[in-house]
Design a protein around this ligand. Sequence first.
Ligand code: AHG
Ligand code: MN
Ligand code: MN
Length: 343
Amino acid sequence: MDGKGIGITLTRHIYESQQVHPEATGEFSDMLNQIAWAAKVVSREVNKAGLVELLGLTGEKNVQGEQVQKLDRFANEVFTSVISGSGHFCIMASEEMAEAQPIEASAYKTGRYSIAFDPLDGSSNIDVNVSIGTIFAIHRRVTEGQAGTEADLLQPGRKLVAAGYVVYGSSTMLVMSTGNGVHGFTLDPSVGEFLKSHPDIQIPARGKTYSVNEGNFPYWSDGVRRYVAYMKQKDPSTGRPYGSRYIGSMVADVHRTLLRGGIFMYPADSKDPLKPHGKLRLLYECSPMAFLIERAGGAASTGRSRVLDVEPETLHQRVPFFAGSVENVREAERFIAEHDEDG
Ligand code: AHG
Ligand code: MN
Ligand code: MN
């Protein structure tokens, strides 16, 4: 606790980090506070979804061909409304919207940033009261003119200026980075403030937990199957077999991996010929999570190369994802390099 022992708010944290990085103008503070505000509104509804008829399906399908949950749509409406009204963004992209939405400059403001977000991650877990989340990725715009274009969104993750996620779990936490350390803030609902609870998160160099949907085992490449089988072999000298944890919400699985170490994976699989690169989307799931994990001292790979170096081609493109403790990710890459054809 600091000051009068009342904790450091998100606002104060951003202000203090600005003192070190003047280029992060007051605009950054307001931008991140706007996102925090949207997260508070979504958190309030998530925590009473069962009571206000926000559970269940809307009956619609999104661009991913997935059923849209009522909470998906609600969260998307909250974030698009706050983002488009903030004055900071020139264009936004959401998992729930087929096309990117340009944001016209207002009389007083032209947005200098673009944002891609997953308004509600882990939708399949909404109705069973398991942790879900929101993920966001912020780039500096690269185009001129009134509103932004897709070029402002289709930038490699290594150029991100900020990224973060919110996990709506036993408590609501916002974990973010503007490039200098990864910090966790826990929402105190009694005062409606995010208070810094996890300063400077560092992921362990190696962990003994792996996180993957083993139901996809028959559809994985030979290298991935051998790697997962390796982690389950009995060898006390290398701490194997590892423990298995899989929640099915990327935000929750990545959050645990960030705090405890180990590896979270969504490998490519042959289950759906239309999705040869696995299920997770680059722009608003893999890139922001890779940014955070690397800033916390970890690694994030497609199995063959650094996620943050992937040059995006389309808004909703997918990539295989292996992320967490550096030693675990490098081990996965070795199995793939040794047993899979070059691909
Ligand atoms: P979303 O709900 O935003 O579509 O994301 C769900 C993703 C991700 O949260 C999770 O890691 C993955 O789906 C789980 O997929 P499987 O159920 O196929 O394991
Ligand atoms: Mn998601
Ligand atoms: Mn989603």
